[in-house]
Design a binder for this molecule. Structure first.
Ligand SMILES: C[S@@+](CC[C@H](N)C(=O)[O-])C[C@H]1O[C@@H](n2cnc3c(N)ncnc32)[C@H](O)[C@@H]1O
Length: 306
């Protein structure tokens, strides 16, 4: 096993941090990523400055080789994003620094960042290594934060959690599109869903989600893919994915909703919500509620098809 790890600091637009995280998880032996959450606090910062993403990579390569590989992968990914219609401004500069470190205590450093997250009065997300005594009827989700998006600290995840708490009915069949760590699936099950199906286009998160479900003593079915491959119908759908992906796949999401089903759509910066609203309208979905948090918005929509 390599004793050396590298710490990379890259300047990104915080809005696309999960896309950048995916690049590193897919292409490198990536041990963890600290997301630039603090930069979300202020909308001005998003439009005027860049956030920092810290990436921990294990590698036996020497410094120059690894740096060269990173530059190449970033160049290729950048071209792909531009071809998909994103702008240079939306992407951020991606300037980075790379430092070689001895692999002593990065995992400790990583853990120091996490604490119990009280999402609502009823829901708390607890890092695996923390002993926590639930209060009253509190629903606890135990997670090993790390290699998948969905730690419970991000507003977009919390917005879906709030929608699940408010709208999910006992016995509902739930689909979680882009399940990441599986956090929303686990919550749905703990709130009384009968069956929970989760899928994600990133193959690295499937095992993580399965492990997290096992850790919480709940059964969910997780697999690789997206809504277009699903033939089943659900009472409740959650989808916390980037705004332009939501807009792209809104028809597929609608197809997996039963008549009268609800869906929580999250991952939408306020300034990007029109694109999602247009897709909601195009698919003839009814907006039941718009839930804001900081500069993020989520929609709960209903399928009125009969
Ligand atoms: C923002 S994370 C959400 C993770 C978790 N559900 C949460 O709420 O914290 C978005 C996830 O969607 C996945 N994803 C992106 N595009 C997708 C698509 N078209 N279909 C399914 N999953 C997708 C990503 O790989 C990522 O794991």
């Amino acid at each position: 096993m390599s004793d050396i790890y590298y710490e990379l600091n890259i300047k990104i637009n915080p809005e696309i941090e999960d896309l950048i995280a995916e690049i590193f998880f897919e292409n490198f032996d990536c041990e963890g990523i600290i997301l630039a959450e603090e930069t979300y606090k202020d909308l001005e910062m998003i439009s005027t400055t860049e956030g920092n993403l810290r990436v921990f990579i294990k590698s036996d390569d020497d410094y120059e080789d690894l740096k060269f590989d990173i530059e190449n992968i970033l160049d290729i990914s950048r071209i792909e994003f531009l071809e998909r219609g994103m702008t240079e401004f939306e992407l951020g500069s991606w300037d980075f620094t790379l430092e070689q470190k001895q692999n002593e205590d990065w995992s400790q450093k990583w853990k120091e960042k996490w604490d119990v997250t009280h999402v609502t009065e009823k829901i708390a997300v607890v890092p695996d290594w923390i002993d926590y005594e639930p209060k009253n009827n509190e629903v606890i989700i135990k997670l090993e934060p790390g290699c998948a998006f969905g730690t419970g600290t991000h507003q977009t995840t919390q917005l879906c959690m709030k929608a699940l708490e408010k709208y999910l009915k006992t016995g509902d069949k739930v689909a979680d599109i882009g399940m990441g760590s599986g956090i929303l699936s686990i919550l749905a099950k703990k709130l009384g869903a009968s069956d929970v199906y989760g899928c994600d286009t990133d193959d690295t998160v499937i095992e993580v989600a399965k492990e997290n479900a096992a850790k919480n003593g709940v059964k969910c079915h997780f697999e690789l893919g997206s809504a277009d491959k699903i033939t089943d119908k659900f009472d409740f759908v959650v989808a916390n994915i980037l705004h332009f992906v939501l807009a792209e796949i809104m028809g597929d999401l609608k197809n997996i909703m039963k008549d009268g089903a609800l869906m929580s759509l999250s991952g939408i910066l306020d300034e990007k919500k029109q694109m999602v609203l247009d897709a909601i309208k195009r698919e003839n979905l009814e907006i039941v509620e718009e839930i804001p948090q900081d500069q993020w918005t989520s929609f709960v929509v209903k399928n009125n098809r009969s």
